[in-house]
Design a protein around this ligand. Structure first.
Ligand SMILES: Cc1ncc(C[n+]2csc(CCOP(=O)(O)OP(=O)(O)O)c2C)c(N)n1
Ligand code: SF4
Ligand SMILES: [Mg+2]
Length: 330
């Protein structure tokens, strides 16, 4: 005798989960969630970028009642989500080039304005390479024209999609495919790179914020806040990459938290060029705790132990703590 079993879970896990009673559902199955980046994509296990993008886009969808268009630069986020003809995106989504997502976002915003569709909002997004390096001129133009676009940079501190090459966001001493851990100054050199959030602030655009995937509610709140403004807005999200950082997939959240708690990644909000809110460090930790679990810094912990390099990284964290007032006043 055979029995026919109905399979409801044809779409996402979240959809299947919605067949349960509300109090038994996971957060992901909340009926309010749009699951904008849905299951089936090919990101590595523990990918911070996939997690960050999912929360950013779902929050943006909520804030705009689903009237949202996204432009996406080439990079891991595009490659793992959209191996043509498949896609994990459940919103109108355009793949731009590696270097022009901000310009494509500006174009979409201009077209919507020409059509009088002020109800539909625009997100443009890309990795740190697409944002800080090749797309930087387009981004600055989008900022100075104050185009009505929220630009989101998912910062995993290198060009991950093409095999972990250095970007303008790669931290000092980090090993990448083209910053080898050899010589007196192993890994990426000190004194290079740039802070995209500070440069965005210098454009005095309505809203700039940083966030990490360690605090997803904070990330969601910042997306919602960004959507309250018209004009150019910039959100910079630190998204650990297990493959490129040589960290355990299960450590993504912990490492993102340590980036904040060491002071290496300041988490703050700014409006029209002024810092208006800072996430204080709750339990300060030395940078060594952040560096040790990542193989991209393994050359600092061999023989001899490179305390000189670790001290220089600590000095950078201490400077951030002073500059942004990251510690509670005693
Ligand atoms: C003009 C051009 N140069 C190079 C490439 C190859 N390319 C595609 S994605 C990428 C790196 C992406 O790095 P990032 O923006 O940091 O995104 P991630 O993959 O790290 O998320 C490169 C070099 C390209 N697509 N176009
Ligand atoms: S290489 Fe890094 S950014 Fe790309 S999918 Fe894997 S974990 Fe995510
Ligand atoms: Mg990157």
């Amino acid at each position: 005798m055979s029995e026919t079993i109905k399979l409801y879970q044809l779409g996402t896990f979240a959809v299947g989960n919605r067949l349960l009673d509300p109090d038994e559902r996971s957060v992901q199955a909340d009926v309010e969630r749009s699951n904008t980046l849905t299951s089936g994509h090919r990101a590595c296990q523990g990918c911070g970028e996939a997690l960050g993008a999912r929360y950013v886009l779902d929050a943006a969808m909520r804030a705009t009642a689903g009237k949202l268009v996204a432009a996406n630069a080439t990079g891991c986020l595009e490659v793992f989500s959209t191996p043509y003809p498949e896609s994990s995106w459940q919103l109108p989504w355009l793949h731009s080039l590696f270097g022009n997502a901000p310009a494509v976002g500006s174009g979409i915003a201009a077209a919507l304005r020409a059509k009088g569709r002020t109800d539909v909002r625009v997100v443009a997004q890309g990795g740190d390479g697409g944002t800080l390096d090749i797309g930087f001129a387009c981004l600055s133009g989008m900022f100075e024209r104050n185009d009505d676009v929220l630009y989101v940079c998912y910062d995993n501190e290198a060009y991950m999609n093409t095999g972990v090459q250095r970007s303008g966001a790669t931290p000092p001493a980090a090993r990448t495919a083209n910053t080898k851990p050899v010589g007196d100054e192993p890994g990426n050199v000190f004194g290079q790179g740039k802070s995209a959030p500070l440069i965005a602030m210098a454009h005095e655009i309505p809203y700039v914020a940083t966030a990490t995937v360690a605090d997803l509610h904070d990330l969601e709140r910042k997306v919602e806040r960004a959507m309250e403004f018209r004009g150019a807005r910039y959100l910079h999200v630190l998204v650990p990459c297990p493959l490129g950082w040589g960290s355990a997939a299960s450590d993504t959240i912990r490492i993102a938290r340590l980036a904040r708690e060491t002071g290496l990644f300041p988490v703050f909000e700014a409006e029209r060029g002024e810092v208006v809110n800072v996430s204080k460090i709750r339990g300060r930790v030395p940078v060594e705790e952040y560096l040790r679990p990542q193989r991209r810094f393994a050359h600092l912990f061999g023989e001899p132990l490179r305390t000189d390099v670790i001290d220089r990284i600590q000095a950078g964290a201490d400077r951030n703590i002073r500059r942004f007032g990251l510690l509670e006043e005693m």
